[in-house]
Design a protein around this ligand. Structure first.
Ligand code: PLP
Length: 369
């Protein structure tokens, strides 16, 4: 049985545009650093993709550095800067949380939105004390709850204190329009496998005025910022997907309708169900839902048996589900956090799948109660 895939924030199915573009390269040997015709063809493909991605996020005047993963791009942004003080939100992905030592943590509200007043106090305190470069890193949208952060206000606040802004937009790119230059963001991370592209390629986009210490040195690829032969096929797939993405037009209306129907259907059947972060602006595809009194482990097993792929917040490599640091930061009680699962939809999902999921949800809750 092929499961109904409701886990698009973990990774997405490859989009046809991506498959077609990668297949068109056949078995060509593609090293963009080679001077001969094959190398030149590879270079042209890489630059075409670079341009398509920058256009898709309204960042034409910026520099794009291809990396292998979003994790690596976050690493480069955070460790490569000359910042003497870094502030990150308490709900960041582990690829940010574990890559900064001695960060200041910005708290979030019960709805999962960065507390701007707290950030202002932190910036005020540090800018008075130390003259060095300050970096604020706040994710664009959270991977567990889908809550979108007030990036415009964050940039404005950071500017007032002379701080730089990095955003991990791995979950936002391709799901909501991103207009990076208009917002004035300094550095932004995206990853292909979260938006219908292949795994194995991601990017850090930075303002051209920024210099970073490369974290991988060697052959000098990617303008000296990231050594190693480029993954040309994957880059081409990433570029092809990006040609379908707009920095201004919201194309996820269908997914939003499905997600809203799923939440309404569940809450109509079981009034005690809580949709975490529901009052905040959210990604159109994501729902973090708590089934009162039923552990997320039990839910995942049941949904898996019934043919649905969902997850408990962030995927855990050890297979064990720990209490989500995101929900903790939102002051969700530990017992309640253990009952929350993440449903993340994609454009290939259907209303019939959503209705079936609601039935399975209600039946499980009735049985466990
Ligand atoms: N940032 C966020 C918000 C994510 O959700 C993820 C992956 O789940 C990453 C970064 C890491 O991206 P990658 O899997 O490409 O390393």
């Amino acid at each position: 049985m092929i499961p109904v895939y409701f886990d698009h924030n973990a990774t997405t199915p490859l989009m046809p545009a991506s498959i077609e573009a990668m297949n068109a390269l056949g078995a060509l040997p593609l090293n963009p650093s080679s001077i001969h015709a094959c190398g030149r063809q590879a270079r042209q493909q890489v630059e075409k993709a670079r341009h398509a991605i920058l256009r898709a996020m309204g960042a034409e005047g910026m520099r794009l550095i291809f990396t292998a993963t979003g994790t690596e791009a976050n690493h480069l942004a955070l460790r490569g800067t000359h910042a003497t003080r870094i502030f990150i939100s308490a709900i960041e992905h582990p690829s940010v949380l574990k890559n900064v030592s001695q960060a200041g943590y910005i708290p979030v509200t019960a709805e999962g939105v960065v507390d701007l007043k707290a950030l202002e106090c932190q910036l005020q305190a540090v800018s008075v004390k130390s003259p060095g470069l300050i970096l604020v890193s706040v994710m664009y949208a959270n991977n567990e709850t889908g809550v979108i952060q007030p990036m415009e206000n964050i940039v404005e606040l950071a500017r007032a204190y002379g701080a730089m802004v990095h955003t991990d937009a791995v979950q936002a790119y391709g799901k909501i329009p991103l207009d990076v230059s208009r917002l004035g963001i300094d550095m932004i991370t995206i990853s292909a496998h979260k938006c219908g592209g292949p795994p194995g390629v991601a990017a850090l986009v930075i303002k051209k005025s920024i210099t970073l210490h490369p974290q991988i040195t060697g052959g000098g690829q990617e303008q000296g910022y990231r050594a190693g032969t480029e993954n040309v096929r994957a880059i081409v797939g990433f570029g092809a997907v990006s040609e379908t993405i707009s920095p201004v037009v919201d194309t996820d209306a269908k997914v939003r309708t499905l997600r809203d129907r799923l939440e309404m259907g569940i809450q109509a059947r079981i009034a005690e169900t809580v949709v975490i972060g529901k009052a905040a602006p959210r990604l159109p595809n994501t729902s973090c839902i708590r089934m009162p009194g039923v552990s997320n482990e039990t839910q995942l097993i049941e949904f898996d048996l019934k043919g649905f792929a969902v997850s408990a917040g962030s995927a855990c490599s050890s297979g064990r589900i720990s209490v989500s640091h995101v929900l903790k930061a939102m002051h969700v009680r530990e017992d309640d956090a253990r009952c929350a699962i993440r449903v993340s939809l994609g454009s290939g999902n259907t209303m019939e799948e959503v209705e079936r999921f609601v039935q399975v949800w209600a039946a499980l809750y009735e049985r466990m109660r």
